[in-house]
Design a protein around this ligand. Structure first.
Ligand SMILES: [Zn+2]
Length: 56
């Protein structure tokens, strides 16, 4: 089983530590650790998808 994060969204739990980029127009970046819950976008405050940009 791959542990690569495939469903990173607001209120889901991070299973792959790294820097994530929001899929809204803001392209915000957040640094996540395993076990953290993905936040809402800091700019538009919407529930968004988070795309793994850099694994750490
Ligand atoms: Zn946003």
């Amino acid at each position: 089983m791959s542990k690569t994060q495939t469903d990173a969204r607001t209120d889901t739990t991070c299973i792959t530590a790294g820097i994530y980029r929001s899929d809204c127009a803001d392209k915000e970046r957040v640094t996540m650790a395993v076990g953290d819950s993905f936040p809402r976008c800091p700019s538009c405050r919407k529930a968004v998808g988070w795309e793994l940009a850099v694994a750490t």
